[in-house]
Design a protein around this ligand. Structure first.
Ligand SMILES: Nc1ncnc2c1ncn2[C@@H]1O[C@H](COP(=O)(O)OP(=O)(O)O)[C@@H](O)[C@H]1O
Ligand SMILES: [Mg+2]
Length: 232
């Protein structure tokens, strides 16, 4: 469904992505792991057309996204929940949910938002910026679901969020995947990533240095230690 083949990104003289290749199959949930600064966010931005790509190819559902401008990528069926969430602080929760969606219906709101994140129902008229971090994350995910994506890309969705809401968010990511939506998840918490995802890619210095099943990685603590500096 999604494949990156030897993708490069330069920022000025800095060669940040040095040939990233990875794949997400239909219905799969995949984790992208790696220490801070290895290029995970840049990889996601390259997929979304938000970082200028050099050499390499990004394909989604057999279509080359190389010439696809950033604002067209979501319409192809890829939802993106950026690191830091990207909520419009001065718009209401309702406006945040419906932005860019002329065809939205109350059924969609019910199915994609309230059934998953009931906390948002009571806060529809509240300004996005007044929500807690966890609620903003829920809003960002719900907004993505309203576009009925085939794949959702999430960049550290539980970063800096109250523990009480972290488990709600994780549970919903799992449920979204169970409805057939593919997931590409950047996550600092390796144990969470291994629970939520079937397959794992680990990055170091702008390239993928390990790929394999989540199940196998659990039996290879030396790899987790070498690339993530953690013990399982
Ligand atoms: N717009 C930018 N201009 C210059 N350097 C950048 C820019 N965005 C990211 N970088 C650099 O690229 C590297 C990878 O960043 P990033 O993809 O955010 O890493 P990660 O998400 O894995 O923590 C870092 O060294 C970062 O400083
Ligand atoms: Mg990042």
């Amino acid at each position: 469904m999604l494949s990156l083949d030897d993708v490069h990104v330069h920022f000025g003289k800095l060669h940040i992505l040095q040939g990233v290749s990875l794949e997400v199959k239909s219905g799969e949930s995949v984790a992208l792991l790696g220490r801070n600064g290895v290029g995970k966010t840049t990889t996601l931005r390259a997929i979304m057309g938000l970082a200028a790509r050099g050499r390499g190819k990004v394909e989604f559902d057999g279509e080359d996204l190389g010439r696809c401008e950033a604002h067209h990528v979501p319409r192809k069926g890829i939802g993106y929940v950026p690191q830091g969430r990207g909520i419009f602080p001065n718009l209401s929760v309702y406006e945040n949910l419906c932005i860019g969606l002329p065809g939205k219906s109350d059924t969609d709101l019910e199915e994609y938002v309230f059934m998953r994140f009931p906390r948002l129902r009571e806060r529809l008229q509240q300004a996005g910026g007044t929500l807690s971090g966890g609620e903003q994350q829920m809003l960002a995910i719900a907004r993505c679901l309203m576009m009925k994506p085939k794949l959702i890309i999430l960049d550290e969705p539980t970063e800096g969020i109250a523990p009480k809401l972290v488990s709600d968010i994780r549970r919903e990511i799992h449920r979204i995947n169970q409805t057939g939506v593919s997931i590409l998840l950047v996550e600092q918490n390796v144990e969470t990533a291994l629970k939520l995802c079937q397959r794992v890619f680990i990055m170091e210095k702008g390239t993928v240095v390990h790929s394999g099943s989540a199940h196998d990685l659990k039996t290879q603590p030396e790899i987790v230690h070498r690339y993530l500096g953690l013990s399982l």
